[in-house]
Design a protein around this ligand. Sequence first.
Ligand code: NI
Length: 260
Amino acid sequence: MLIDTHAHLMFHEFDENFEDVLSKAKEAGVIKIINIGCDVKSSEDAVLLSQKYENLYATLGIHPYDAVLATNDLMEEWKKLISENKKIVGIGECGLDYCKAEVPKDVQKNAFRLQIDLAKSVNVPLVVHCRDAYEDCLEILDEKFSFDGKYVGIVFHCYSGTLDFAKKLWDRGIITSFTGIVTYPSAKEMQEVAKNAPMDMFMVETDSPYLAPQKFRGKMNQPAYVAETAMKIAEIKDISYEEVCEKSTENAKRFFERMK
Ligand code: NI
């Protein structure tokens, strides 16, 4: 059994084959899928899907690419929506992207802070997107959270930073999540991070429709392929596939508390 903790099944790429993608996921042992919002529309669509399908869940988030969309009014609206809907299991993806985003850093930081405040006020976990902005991301998280004891409500999705930085995250009780990138022969650093990740500090995800694992590289990604990531982590950690499934699922259920 696996949980795909980060997918975007509401994207148009899945318009044609939606039911097929869901049944393939089921065949591959993927019991739950969390659709991650990136802007207002995709967040709303993720919620709609979660209402239609029992094993689908949703998060509300504004990606750094669209940071201008994060306003106080929207946060107020979302606060209400979350209190009324238990299938919204987190906030994000939100964070900082100094690699591809064309939005000014200050605008990104403001959107990130607003969403952290929202997550804290409704007590749901935070899904962080971070590219080439590791120190700034951590500075903002440190400013917003006090890390007395283990705080388990933050995940760096598709973690692609250094092992040293990952250790800083784990020390703070922040989880790292791995995508199909970990299966690429060139992803040596990410494999090193996966090898060292404490057993209670990692989750698996696809980021579908993006980042298909090596075996399906070039094709559209889908939740069923999260099994490839789990298999690679088993190989890297030199443990059984079943153990990776069991631990990553346990971690995901603990992390996304509302999903239990
Ligand atoms: Ni994503």
